[in-house]
Design a protein around this ligand. Structure first.
Ligand code: SAT
Ligand code: MN
Length: 591
């Protein structure tokens, strides 16, 4: 395999890596093994192959240069939490919120399924970095996959190829990922994590978070486990920078569940009334954070691209995302127009006649069906983002001043409030709730507890995870301030009380002013809250009554909220930190 200059034939000298690749190739028996180097020539070669195989369709080069279209199997359109396992020797290590299996049994079962599973196919070796090259937080992974779609997506979402092999050298500290689509059968779909072995095995799916193993599997599930042992945090958070007209930069991390607007918030454009203010993006989904020598919490974005939700994205809601996805982007499960353009519900213009839906059927608005799947996605390089923060490419990371937690809540949760202190802030994160979305298979719109937006992504016992959050405080002399927001509260007529999108900048401004000791707040039962007067309302007609409604603390709603929080606490009772139980008691007595 070492001779010649054909694509994919040049393997590195790392003996551990080569032996492992040989072992998995012997098990899965692919027709060939393809070593990815991440080069432009290789990208062109892979794209050509993907088009020839019908995996990708080239989109209109004039309208969408370098863009491609993909339809997944209709049975395979979202993460599958019921098939996602944390495999640790003891069930307790995975905890009651994760599906668990003993590693030995699961390896046996998965190796059994993988035996001969890549016959007739190519096994791609995808070395990648999560994090900027050279950062102390960066991790190396190698994903073996029989999906060319996965390779092309990993190429966007991570630093892929030679750069990763160079950082690995002859070391053996890398995440081992094995992925095979097999026959894409939902009955034989497993996404399994072996945190103690730094290993991930995913079979039976070809979609997003199930198969781009650097993303949810390594950067969150295995990452959170490694972070706990190594003194850092892997979080489901966007990272943004707020820059004032005077050039003051404040870095904010925010945790919202999947499909709740992280990408929009990370690319927000301040309203016209705030000239000179600028938001730049460090990351839109994942933050790795570690206390620095100066006692502040430093964050990097381990990813190199955005795997964002397409529906609802338009030039009004997120112009920066629209520009980001205008070239070199892979679209998955959106609708396809007759002139080779893409379409989804909530795009700026109506769909032209002859549009095909995400399943490839002729579509019309009268059909009553969605043209794009609600969880249809774009995969775009972050360097396309017109407001990319230069810091996103730097190894040092950025010091976080504020952490924001938020969910999608029609009731109960006010627009914004601040925690009394770090422990209370951890309580706010731990008790977060949100309505379920199309990002995961299952029912929609039910409020479920989603601590720190990490319920589907925490690679160990959630009680221990809360403890880790509390413990990190010891290494921070200047901890981030913690806030809670809810952009999604509705009135009695089911209308949103807050306009959201760019207007969220007003809330963000109060948040950063609080961090810098510049904004006032009043103490309430649930935390520090702003007065109406605290905001600059120029350019928006937002009456005080509406604000009051959006900020209202309703006794009955909070009683229900406490009962629902108690259910989570009962589930986690044996490892739940006492501090959080005390916080709950204090809240009950204040209410
Ligand atoms: O499919 S992903 O898990 O990558 C996206 C998400 O649900 O956040
Ligand atoms: Mn996410």
């Amino acid at each position: 395999m070492e001779t010649g200059t054909a694509f994919g034939t040049s393997s590195p000298n790392n003996v551990t890596l080569k032996k492992w690749v040989e072992k998995i190739a012997a098990l899965t028996t692919p027709d060939q093994v393809f070593w990815c180097d991440g080069s432009e020539e290789e990208k062109a070669h892979l794209l050509e192959g993907a088009v020839a195989q019908g995996v990708l369709l080239k989109l209109n080069e004039e309208k969408l240069p370098g863009c491609y279209y993909h339809r997944s199997n209709p049975n395979d359109v979202a993460r599958v939490e019921q098939c996602t396992y944390i495999c640790t020797p003891a069930r307790d290590e995975a905890g009651p919120t994760n599906h668990w299996a003993p590693p030995r049994d699961m390896y046996e079962k998965l190796y059994g399924m993988l035996r001969g599973g890549m016959k007739g196919r190519t096994m791609y070796v995808v070395p990648y970095l999560m994090g900027p090259p050279g950062s102390p937080l960066t991790k190396i992974g190698v994903e073996l996959t029989d999906s060319i779609y996965v390779v092309l997506n990993m190429r966007i979402m991570s630093r892929m190829g030679r750069v990763a092999l160079e950082q690995l050298g002859d070391g053996d500290d890398f995440n081992r990922g094995i992925h095979s689509v097999l026959d894409c059968n939902p009955e034989r779909r497993f996404i399994c994590h072996f945190p103690q072995d730094n290993t991930i095995i995913s079979v039976g799916s070809g979609y997003g978070g199930n198969v781009l193993l650097g993303k949810k599997c390594l950067a969150l599930r295995v990452g959170s486990y490694l972070g706990r042992n190594q003194g850092w945090m892997a979080e489901h958070m966007l990272i943004l920078c707020v820059e004032s007209p005077a050039g003051e930069k404040t870095y904010v991390a925010a945790a919202f569940p999947s499909a709740c607007g992280k990408t929009n918030f990370a690319m927000l454009i301040p309203p016209d009334q705030f000239p000179g203010w600028k938001i730049t993006t460090i990351g839109d989904d994942i933050a790795w954070m570690k206390p620095g020598a100066d006692g502040r919490l430093y964050a990097i974005n381990p990813e190199a691209g955005y795997f964002g939700v397409a529906p609802g994205t338009n030039y009004k809601s997120n112009p920066n995302a629209m520009r980001t996805i205008a070239r070199d982007t892979i679209y998955t499960n959106v609708a396809l127009t007759p002139d080779g353009d893409v379409w989804w519900e909530g795009k700026d213009e109506p769909a032209p006649p002859g549009t095909l839906d995400w399943k490839g059927q002729l579509w019309s608005p009268e059909s009553g069906e969605k043209a794009a799947h609600p969880n249809s996605r774009f995969t775009a390089p972050m360097t396309n983002n017109p407001v990319l923060a230069p810091e996103a490419l730097e190894a040092a990371g950025v010091p976080i001043s504020a952490i924001i937690f938020g969910g999608r809540r029609a009731t109960t949760m006010p627009l914004v409030f601040q925690s009394f202190n770090w422990v209370h802030g951890v309580y706010l994160g731990a008790t977060m709730g949100s309505e379920t979305t199309a990002a995961a298979v299952g029912s929609l719109g039910q409020v479920r507890r989603d601590p720190m937006a990490m319920l589907p992504f925490c690679g160990y016992n959630m009680g221990d995870y809360f403890n880790h959050w509390l413990g990190i405080r010891r290494d921070l002399s200047d901890p981030p301030r913690i806030f809670h927001v809810n952009w999604f509260r509705k009135d009695a007529d089911d209308e949103f009380l807050w306009p959201g999108f760019g207007e969220n900048f007003r809330i963000l401004q109060w948040v950063i002013d609080r961090c810098h000791g510049r904004a006032k707040a009043r103490e309430t039962q649930i935390g520090w809250m702003p007065h109406y007067e605290e905001f600059d309302w120029t350019g928006i007609d937002y009456p005080r009554e509406k604000f009051d409604e959006c900020m209202r603390i309703d006794g009955n709603e909070w009683r229900r909220e406490l009962i629902s929080q108690t259910e989570l606490f009962l589930t986690l009772h044996d490892r739940l930190p006492k501090e959080l139980i005390f916080q709950r008691e204090l809240l009950v007595s204040r209410l």
